[in-house]
Design a binder for this molecule. Structure first.
Ligand SMILES: O=C(O)CCC(=O)C(=O)O
Length: 289
């Protein structure tokens, strides 16, 4: 079980039954696309423990962490463990911009091959109910303890709204390594894909990023209480996968373990829809999208 108090962006949230509940696992529906689609519609996500090859996920983890400069990883540890030394070596480029390993990694053959797994495309096709393709902007997220950084509560659609019609799009969130809540896992606000945006609009006024209306809130307890819903969590392991719809509110917790949080989010869009043009180039942390 997680600690009695978790944090997101440095803000505490009690791990209590009025604020947290478990994600519902749907791996048993993988053989039944229609039922899986219904579950996605009902819950706004499908959580698929063990859907991916754990060894392949851990290889990907090792491939990324082996690119970090000397001194970043704990002495004597393996890249695959992704253990933080407690010190970011001086001179490293800002996270995810050209010159940082994450920027190179999303353009690497290892990442390309991993995300090209036909299982992912087939799953997206089944859930979108038609031909779909993967948007080139695929994000790698790496957090270490002490950074006080996590993803604020948001809906993906607010980052993909350049067109007047919303594309039919799905996000596949892939923890690249074991990721319990204390390592900074993703949490979903129960049933929040059915909320009208006006219901969470007031929260944006109290955010920690004045001038950016896209995040809903950095304060997960305030968000849960304002909307009267719990955060759904899981003890994610390498090989797990969650698919979510673009209107579900989600966020991540702070990393407090030596094991660093690494994840990838990839998005698939229906082939007969026009995607937001900002998602057509490989991700860079400073691309403004
Ligand atoms: O991994 C995270 O912290 C955020 C991921 C996310 O927002 C997404 O996959 O849509």
């Amino acid at each position: 079980m997680p600690e009695p108090t978790l944090h997101s962006n440095g803000v505490p949230i009690p791990f209590s039954p009025d604020l947290f509940a478990p994600l519902r696992a749907s791996a048993d529906l993988l053989h039944d696309p229609a039922a899986l689609r219904r579950r996605l519609g009902a819950d706004g996500y499908v959580y698929l423990p063990g859907a991916l090859d754990r060894a392949a996920v851990l290889r990907l983890r090792g491939a990324y962490f082996s690119l970090l400069p000397e001194g970043y990883l704990a002495a004597g540890s393996r890249p695959e463990d992704g253990l933080f030394s407690g010190r970011v070596p001086a001179g490293l480029a800002e996270y995810g911009v050209a010159g940082h390993p994450a920027h190179a990694f999303v353009r690497s053959r290892a990442f390309e091959e991993f995300t090209a797994d036909p299982f992912l495309a087939a799953l997206a096709r089944e859930l979108l109910g038609g031909d779909a393709w993967m948007l080139p902007r695929r994000i790698l997220r790496h957090f270490h303890r002490g950074s006080g950084r996590a993803s604020r509560a948001h809906v993906d659609l607010d980052y993909m709204n350049a067109l007047s019609t919303a594309p039919r799009v799905l996000t596949l969130w892939i923890p690249v390594g074991d990721c319990p809540p204390r390592t900074g896992s993703l949490v979903y606000l129960e049933g929040s894909h059915t909320l009208a945006p006006e219901e969470y609009e007031p929260l944006r006024d109290k955010g920690d990023r004045p001038g950016d209306r896209r995040p809903i809130s950095h304060d997960l307890e305030l968000t849960a209480r304002h909307l009267g819903r719990r955060w759904l969590w899981a003890d994610f392991a390498a090989g797990d996968l969650v698919v979510h719809v673009p209107r579900i509110v989600h966020a991540s917790l702070d990393t407090t373990t030596d094991a660093m949080r690494l994840s990838a989010d990839v998005r698939f869009v229906r082939s007969d829809d026009t995607p937001d043009p900002r998602w057509l180039a490989p991700w860079s942390a400073d691309d403004g999208a």
